[in-house]
Write a protein that binds this ligand. Structure first.
Ligand SMILES: NC(=O)c1ccc[n+]([C@@H]2O[C@H](COP(=O)([O-])OP(=O)(O)OC[C@H]3O[C@@H](n4cnc5c(N)ncnc54)[C@H](OP(=O)(O)O)[C@@H]3O)[C@@H](O)[C@H]2O)c1
Length: 245
């Protein structure tokens, strides 16, 4: 495991995970914690933060809503209180969409999903970039979806299944954000990638979910350890291989 030298004391890698209250983000938080990473889980409520602290007393929960502009300053100052370096940012917070026919799509739902999946990532990256730039191996992992793939969608792979317009649009835009970030940040040594975590049995699940959150988290956790500038700009399903953009 990569270690930092800080004030003569060896400090393990630091990771910030959004959407840590449940599902994939919660399981990732537990995995990084038990593997002795310094974990900053971002959650939306005091109750969620207290639950994490009861279970993982040495983690550092941050209470913020990635859909709000205030998230940027909250995240920045919460990190500043404990660290000047962040090694891994996992943009996992997400919400599902409902409408799968153009006549029922609402601009409210579409705006809400673009806000969380895209503006949320912009906010967390703006908050954490100066911390990431102080890491020897900085990584930004955006939790995307197979449903983001324009190539797969164009091939007809998702014609059945009643998949939400707003979810697919927001995740596809998030993939573009991954590539924009990679284009800007790779030369500074920052790895940026999009990860499809599998079809997980959670609130964001599709009808064909076949993985439990802890199983998906293990695959993402293992993949995070291999992520570096050499494979920046990738779209992958951990344990399975690359996905077409
Ligand atoms: N499940 C799947 O099959 C699947 C497949 C591909 C990709 N994904 C992606 O994987 C990620 C995790 O989803 P999941 O399946 O674990 O779903 P989940 O169980 O519904 O968890 C979603 C998490 O995101 C948090 N969240 C939602 N809006 C937020 C906001 N505005 N600010 C901060 N946190 C927010 C939720 O917090 P609260 O508890 O406060 O609501 C919760 O912790 C999402 O990005 C999802 O799109 C999931």
């Amino acid at each position: 495991m990569y270690l930092h030298q800080k004030g003569g004391r060896r400090v393990k890698e630091t990771v910030c995970i959004t959407g840590a209250s449940r599902g994939l983000g919660y399981e990732l938080t537990k995995l990084f914690y038990v593997h002795h990473y310094r974990v900053f889980p971002l959650v939306r409520s005091i109750t969620a933060a207290e639950n994490l602290l009861n279970e993982m007393p040495n983690c550092h929960p941050i209470i913020a809503d990635v859909a709000e502009d205030t998230c940027t300053d909250i995240l920045k100052s919460a990190l500043s209180a404990h660290t000047d370096v962040l090694d891994i940012l996992i943009n996992n917070a997400g919400i599902p969409g409902i409408a799968y026919q153009i006549t029922t799509v609402t601009t409210q739902e579409t705006s809400a999903l673009f806000n969380v999946h895209n503006l949320g990532v912009i906010r967390t990256v703006q908050a954490t970039l100066s911390f990431l730039e102080r890491s020897a191996k900085p990584r930004i992992i955006n939790v995307s979806s197979r449903l983001a793939s324009l190539t797969k969608t164009a091939s007809g792979e998702f014609n059945e299944g009643g998949f939400s317009y707003s979810y697919r649009m927001a995740k596809a835009a998030q993939n573009m954000l991954t590539l924009c970030l990679d284009q800007e940040l790779r030369s500074k040594g920052v790895h940026v990638s999009s990860v499809h975590p599998g079809k997980i049995n959670t609130n964001c699940a599709s009808y064909d979910a076949n993985l439990e959150p802890n199983e998906a988290a293990k695959k993402v956790f293992d993949w995070c350890k291999t992520a570096g500038v050499h494979n920046s700009g990738s779209f992958v399903e951990p344990g399975m291989g690359g996905l077409p953009w």
